[in-house]
Design a protein around this ligand. Structure first.
Ligand SMILES: Cc1cc2nc3c(=O)[nH]c(=O)nc-3n(C[C@H](O)[C@H](O)[C@H](O)COP(=O)(O)O)c2cc1C
Length: 331
């Protein structure tokens, strides 16, 4: 049998591709290390805005806790937020922008919640400048909202925009069983997701075993302190064996991200509650999770999706969104 591509030529090509991969990966690292907000004194508008949003989200999550609400929680997030807002002002960035307004607002929501519980907030003056503690009607954003089970019962009759606009991450589940057929149905629909050259290198691991879920979440570290475990946990992976060239080195994250969003919309359609959980783990934790889920070393872990049933009503972070004008630049 004569092959059209000779082994020796392919071997030479592979060596060149490996050199190219190193070069491109090095460029990735350089671009990331130059632009990422690695310190609060990395003070471009985008860097500061992102760090503000990170801390706003941490405080929103704390405010949304119905069980074990920790009065006076989040001092680290609040003190970092204070510093970011001060640096933002020092840099003379507009106070009319999304992140600044979110940052100023969440401090006031934090005070509102503690006042409503008759809790002392005097400790805030040690970590936050007086101006940020003053009530100000401009800063009416951020905080928490309530999601009702009754609103989810009609999900199958909603149009796509209604469905997507009403979706919210839910971390506090009812503890009732989830029919895995509904989850499989959401995954089946998601298989229509586009992928690069239709390679569909994804794999979804579905776990119902509570002991395994508990162990995975222990190492994942992004789902702490909620009273009920998810009923089902998905681990979304994409195999690097699907990719043919160094320029595809990050494609697993793109295809896996797209698939995941389709699954999430499918779960919303089925009336199930869920939250995406990151796979940004240190190598030790990742190794443990790979062992528990039996993930092949060729596969990239993209993220997890924790699934449960909605409680009659549940408090969740508002997670406000930027405006269209903030995001779209027409060229
Ligand atoms: C890739 C990814 C990773 C996430 N990781 C976590 C996580 O580890 N823990 C968590 O509570 N939420 C996590 N989230 C949920 C986000 O916090 C949430 O989607 C965001 O705040 C927007 O809120 P919404 O989903 O309610 O619209 C993650 C979301 C994404 C997309």
């Amino acid at each position: 049998m004569k092959f059209n591509n000779s082994k020796s030529k392919e071997f030479f090509k592979k060596c060149l591709q490996k050199i190219r991969l190193r070069y491109l990966a090095h460029k990735d690292i350089k671009r990331f290390s130059k632009s990422a907000a690695l310190s609060i004194y990395d003070a471009t508008f985008d860097q500061l805005s992102s760090r503000i949003m990170y801390n706003v989200h941490a405080i929103e999550k704390g405010l949304s806790r119905e069980h074990h609400f920790r009065k006076g929680f989040g001092r680290k997030a609040l003190s970092t937020l204070n510093d970011c807002l001060l640096i933002y002002e020092e840099q003379n960035y507009s106070k009319d922008m999304f992140a600044y307004k979110q940052g100023r607002s969440i401090i006031l929501r934090y005070i509102d919640k503690h006042k409503a519980m008759n809790e002392d907030t005097s400790f805030l003056s040690e970590i936050i400048v007086p101006a940020f503690l003053q009530e100000d009607s401009q800063f009416k954003f951020a905080g928490v909202k309530t999601v009702f089970l009754d609103d989810k019962k009609n999900n199958k009759n909603k149009n796509f925009y209604e469905l997507s606009q009403n979706r919210a991450s839910v971390r506090d589940f009812s503890g009732e069983a989830v029919d895995s057929k509904l989850v499989l149905s959401a995954i089946k629909n998601a298989l229509k997701t586009p992928s690069v050259c239709n390679r569909q290198g994804w794999k979804v691991y579905l776990t119902e075993n509570k002991t395994l879920i508990k162990d995975i979440l222990y190492f994942q570290k992004g789902f702490n302190g909620y009273p009920k475990l998810p009923e089902i946990l998905l681990t979304v992976c994409v195999s690097n064996s699907s990719f043919l060239s160094p320029v595809e080195r990050n494609e697993a994250f793109v295809d896996g991200g797209l698939l995941s969003m389709s699954i999430i919309y499918g779960l919303e359609y089925e009336g199930l509650a869920c939250v995406t959980l990151n796979a940004m783990m240190d190598s030790k934790s990742e190794k443990q999770i790979r062992k528990i889920v039996e993930i092949d070393s060729s596969e990239q872990v993209i993220l997890f999706i924790a699934i449960g049933q909605f409680k009659d009503k549940v408090t969740v972070p508002v997670s406000d969104r930027k405006s269209l004008e903030d995001v779209v630049k027409i060229i």
